[in-house]
Design a protein around this ligand. Sequence first.
Ligand code: FAD
Length: 468
Amino acid sequence: MTMKDNVAAAKAALSHLDIEEKDVAIKAASRDFFWYSPVLKARLDHVTADFVVRPRSEAEVIEILKTCFAHDCPVTTRGAGTGNYGQAMPLEGGCVMHLRHMDKVKEIHPGRVITEPGVLLKDLDAATKKHSGQELRMFSSTWATATIGGFIAGGSGGVGSCTWGSLRDLGNIIRLRVVTMEAEPRILEFRGDELARVSHAYGTNGIITELEMPLAPAYDWTEMFVATDDFMDAVRFAEDLANQDGILMKLGTVFEAPIAHEYFQRVKPYVQPGTNMIGLMIAPHSMDGFLTFLGRRPEARLIYRSDDNDWERGPGPVFEYGWNHTTLRALKVDPSITYLQVRYGFPNHKALIEKMQAKFSPEILQHLEVLRESGKVMFAGLTLVKFTTEERLDEIIRAHEEAGAMIFNPHRYTLEEGGRQTVDDRQLRFKREADPKGLLNPGKMISWDDPDWSYDRMYAYPKLQPAE
Ligand code: FAD
C-alpha cells in the first residue's frame, strides 16, 4: 500500500463524518500564518492536506485517530490556523483534523472555566463575562480569530502576560484532557508538571479535547497610546509602570520610532516619524493611579485613550497593535518586513535592548512587550526586521545570541528550533507513549525523526511534500 492508498482508505472509513471535499477549502485549511517568514514561505507554500475532517465531539476525535492509526495516515490538528511557524501545516499531507465544531464552553466557576478546545478566545471571554464578570487572564492578540486549544498547543502568552507571566508558568493552565493516537486511543488528564508534555507541543503527541483555564475579574480596560521622543524613555516608562504594584495592567507595548508613523495608518495623523509609542491597557479603577504616574513623567504624552478622545477614526483595540499584530501591520505596508522573537531577560534587559537598538536600527526596529517572569518585569522583543537575505537574517540572530539575548527563531517549523534548540525530553517521552507510529503532525519534532541532529543548520524534514 502506498501512502496515497492509506490516506484514501482512512478518508473512506471516515466518510460519514463532516469531511471537506473542495480543493480550495482543503488548501485553505492546510495553511497558517507561516508566510510571515520569508524562510518558511519559500519552503512550505505548496503544502496541502489530502482531506479535512471536522469532528463534533471527543468520541469523533477518538474515531478519527483510531481510523488514521489503523491506516498509517498522518493527522495534523487545526484550531483556527493563526500560528506563525507552519505549526498547523500538514508537511507530509494526510488528514487535517479541524476542531471548529468543538466549541462548547462546559462549566464556569469562580476563577476557572472548563471548555472544549475549538472555541474562539473572544467567544470564551464573552461567555465567562456574561456568566459572572470573569475573563481569561491572558490571550493571544489573535483573540478575535484564534481558538483556546490552538493557543495552548501553539502559543506562549500575550495580552495579560505583563501581569500573569507566560502560559508555561505554573497556575496559568489548570488541566488538560488529551486523547492519544494508538490502536485504542486513551483519554488522559494532565495537571501540574504533566501539563508540559502537551502544552506548546503543536499537537505532536496528543490531542487536547478539554481545557480547564484560570480566570480573573473582567474589566472594560482603558486602552491608551503614550508618546515619547526618546526610545529608552519609552522603555523605562513601560517597565516602571509595570513595576507599580497597585496599578492593574493588561498590556504594555513599546514601539520604536518610526513604527507608529510608518505602519499604523490610523495613528499616523497623531504622531511624527520620530515618535516612540507605548500601547497600554489599564483597569478603569487604576486610572487615577496611572494618571498620577503619567503626571510624574514630563517626557511622556498621552495621545489616545479609548474612553475619551476626539480621533476622527478610532484605532480599534490597542492590543491589535501589539504582540504579533505589529508584524502584521508592518507587513501590510512593507512586504519586505519580517520579525524575530527575542527574550530580553532580567536584570540586563534594558542594557541589551539599548545595545541592539544602537547596533541595528533602522534595519531592525524594536517592538517590545512587557513580560513578567518569576515576578520580575522584563521584555519580549518581537523585533521588526527589514529582510534582505537568509544569510543576513542568520547573522542578525547570531549577533543577538552572542550579546546574550535569547532568540526563539520564528523562521523554523520544528519545536526545537523555534524553542531553546534542545530536545524537550518530557514531550519526546510522551510522544513515544501516545503516538508510537509518529503520525501526529509529522516533521515538527526533530528529536523524534533524527535524535542525533546537530542543530548546525536549518532542519529539513525528509518527508516534506515535494513542491510540484
Ligand atoms: P492553530 O494555528 O490552528 O494551531 C496552533 C498549533 O496547535 C498547531 O500546531 C496545531 O496543530 C495545534 N493544535 C491546535 N489545536 C489543538 C488541540 N486541540 N490539541 C492539540 N494540538 C492542537 N501567539 C501568542 O502566543 N501570543 C500572541 O499574542 C500572538 N499574537 C499573534 C498575532 C497574529 C497577528 C498572528 C498571525 C499570530 C499570533 N500568535 C500569537 C500566534 C497564534 O495566533 C496563537 O498562538 C494562537 O492562539 C493559535 O491559535 P489557533 O487556534 O489559530 O491555532
